[in-house]
Design a protein around this ligand. Structure first.
Ligand code: SAM
Length: 231
């Protein structure tokens, strides 16, 4: 794991000081995953590339320095926690609706001595209702289709901030189907950035949605409504 991180972070031109913390996090993930369903990725080298370097790549695509960031549906902490380890000035909130994953993240943050990371057990649509237009950035990977995800994430972003959706490079149709939702929720697609995960032939995509105006008060709706009738 360590070697993959060394070469991968060097390829991304990112600092290597966070490697011991990431290795400890990876060990905790693999150990805890034996008794709790946290991830399907269990090989240490794959954890290094498909979780840590995939998350880290965002630092080369957007500026995170000094920003407040919410990771919506963070699961075992991706992409938010590797971002915070590698860019300590991030003020991070990790959000998930599954409490055992939040408890795992609290343990990791304790072990990594990251007391300022907020680990929150909540559904995004409920948290969003109480934390409107609060964060500079919302990030999310592998949680929902983009129209649904936009309704969960964009209300939490300040006007002038951004929602960063990690998607596959085959998301053209998903993006096209989201234009209506993005516009209604006060967003505008700023960029679509494809990137490679170092040491692999995997390519992923970051869809950058700028928050250009406030989200109307009636969004987000209850999840049953969002799911039944996506924007
Ligand atoms: C497939 S996992 C992805 C986890 C992580 N983002 C990653 O890429 O490894 C999806 C996560 O989203 C969470 N989730 C799904 N819907 C949610 C919602 N409405 N609010 C908060 N969390 C949600 C699930 O509990 C789960 O942990």
């Amino acid at each position: 794991m360590e070697q993959r991180l060394q070469s991968g972070l060097a390829a991304l031109n990112l600092p290597v000081e966070g490697i011991p913390a990431l290795v400890r996090y990876g060990d905790l993930l693999i150990e805890t995953n034996k008794v709790m369903n946290l991830t399907a990725i269990t090989d240490p080298e794959d954890v290094a590339t498909l979780h840590f370097l995939d998350s880290a790549a965002l630092l080369t695509l957007e500026s995170f320095s000094g920003k407040s960031v919410v990771d919506v549906g963070t699961g075992a902490g991706f992409p938010g926690l590797p971002l915070r380890v590698l860019e300590p000035s991030i003020r991070l909130t990790l959000l998930d609706s599954l409490n055992k994953r939040i408890q795992f993240l609290e343990t990791v943050c304790r072990e990594l001595d990251l007391p300022d990371v907020a680990c929150v057990h909540a559904r995004a649509e409920e948290f969003a209702a109480e934390h409107r237009e609060t964060f500079d950035l919302a990030v999310s990977r592998a949680v929902a289709a983009l129209p649904v995800l936009c309704e969960l994430c964009l209300p939490q972003v300040k006007p002038g901030g951004k929602f960063l959706a990690m998607k596959s490079v085959e998301s053209d149709a998903e993006l096209a189907a989201s234009q209506h939702a993005i516009a209604i929720l006060g967003g505008a697609v700023e960029a679509v950035r494809d990137y490679a995960i170092p040491g692999t032939d995997v390519r992923h995509r970051l869809i950058v949605v700028e928050k250009v105006k406030k989200t109307p008060e009636k969004y987000p709706r209850m999840f049953a409504k969002i799911k039944k009738n996506p924007l």
